[in-house]
Write a protein that binds this ligand. Structure first.
Ligand code: COI
Length: 392
């Protein structure tokens, strides 16, 4: 457990925000993007008299109808790199558009990473983060792959705490959803030839969210893609590069138009082994064995994936990280997906080469057992014996 940071507390207590520009009555989850000009971004340093964002009140949101959509909150966190690549003087700014050079590395060459983590509100008002240090570590790995300097683990976690506290009133009531935290690291400086950008921006924005899939908790229907691949050996599939995501838009759009929830990718070399779903990792259950594709460079090292592996091992399952041939889907007892946004989601069917494999989802499934434990730890209902939860 992390101690409450007195400096953070003081900072947040001193924040007095003006009435947010982004608070239409009962904001609906999917259509709330504002185009506030960059020039209207205000550095938050001076207390003002109205509307304290100390979290004692809730934002005016229809908490019962949250989806996974962008809803502007009060603040973003921003920190730019210095010439030597070090990060300093991060600050909270009012939520709004940011300014970028037309030749910014991220716009021209995709030099960018993103992360995702969630904040849970407890009944007593305290906020819980789940393993934010793991996001910081993963961002560092990605930054190394994309030749970017990166905030330290301490800076990353501190920034997540600051932006969380500043947007506390946007954290849904317990059981209604979470505050999704989206850290970004990008080459923001201008560059014309292919080279690392001369300046970097670390930014975090937040949005209250509910279920990632419109299916809610209903089982997912996946489609196995053979024409397109998500990642290839030696590429950047193992890190959270923003460039991993635009290429999946076409297969996802096609699959969704045919009624599927998401796409499951195969390895690009042999088209034989399972890789991952566009938005999450995948697990198969057969008897007491739980298998998941090994992360050998093309598969994202999910924090939920790693946590589920640990919880499943603690529960006595034999967990195997290995190459998982697509044929094993045929006689799996259960299949489920894991991810920060997705959580732990059961799979109801997988369609491969025109054949639909159906899974019988039992009330007492393995995925439900693991989901309940993970969710219990994240929400503070189950004692965190692993030091995963950070309370702020
Ligand atoms: C997350 O789980 O946080 C992700 O990054 C997946 C994304 C598609 C929302």
């Amino acid at each position: 457990m992390i101690q409450r940071s007195s400096c953070l507390k003081t900072l947040i207590q001193s924040l007095r925000v003006t009435t947010p520009s982004s608070s239409p009555t009962k904001l609906a989850a999917y259509n709330c993007y504002t185009s506030q000009p960059a020039s209207s971004l205000q550095e938050v340093s001076k207390p003002s008299a109205s509307s304290p964002s100390n979290g004692d009140e809730y934002a005016d949101v229809d908490w019962d109808n949250l989806g996974f959509g962008i809803m502007p909150t009060d603040y973003i966190y921003m920190m730019k790199s210095s010439e030597d690549g070090s990060f300093e003087k991060g600050q909270l700014n009012r939520y709004g558009n940011i300014e970028l050079a037309p030749a910014a590395g991220v716009l021209n060459y995709g030099q960018g990473l993103y992360e995702g983590t969630k904040v849970y509100r407890k009944g007593d008002g305290r906020l819980l983060l789940f393993r934010p240090d793991q996001n910081a570590i993963r961002m560092k790995m990605g930054a190394d792959r994309l030749c970017m300097p990166c905030p330290s683990i301490h800076q990353f976690v501190d920034a997540v705490k600051q932006v969380t506290l500043a947007n506390k009133r946007w954290t849904p009531p317990p059981g209604k959803g979470t505050l999704y935290i989206r850290p970004l690291l990008m080459g923001s400086g201008p560059i014309l030839g292919i080279a690392p950008a001369p300046e970097y921006t670390f930014l975090i924005y937040t949005s209250p969210v509910g279920n990632y899939f419109k299916e809610g908790f209903a089982p997912l229907n996946l489609y196995i893609e053979e024409e397109f691949h998500r990642a290839s050996r030696g590429g950047a599939g193992g890190v959270k590069a923003i460039t991993n995501y635009a290429p999946v838009l076409k297969p996802i759009t096609r699959a969704k138009s045919r009624g599927f929830s998401d796409v499951l990718y195969l390895d690009s070399l042999h088209k034989k082994n399972l890789e991952e779903v566009s938005s999450c990792n995948i697990f198969l259950v057969k008897g007491n064995t739980i298998s998941t594709p090994a992360t050998s460079g093309t598969i994202l090292q999910g924090i939920t994936r790693r946590s589920i592996i640990e919880i499943a091992s603690d529960q006595g399952y034999q967990v195997e990280e290995r190459a998982v041939p697509v044929d094993e889907l045929m006689d799996a007892d259960e299949v489920f997906c894991t991810g920060t946004a997705v959580g732990v989601a059961p799979v109801g069917s997988i369609t491969y080469q025109g054949k639909r494999i159906e899974y019988n989802i039992k009330a007492q499934s393995v995925s439900k057992e693991l989901y309940d434990i993970l969710e219990g730890i994240k929400t503070g209902l189950i004692e965190d014996k692993k030091g995963w939860v950070v309370e702020i």
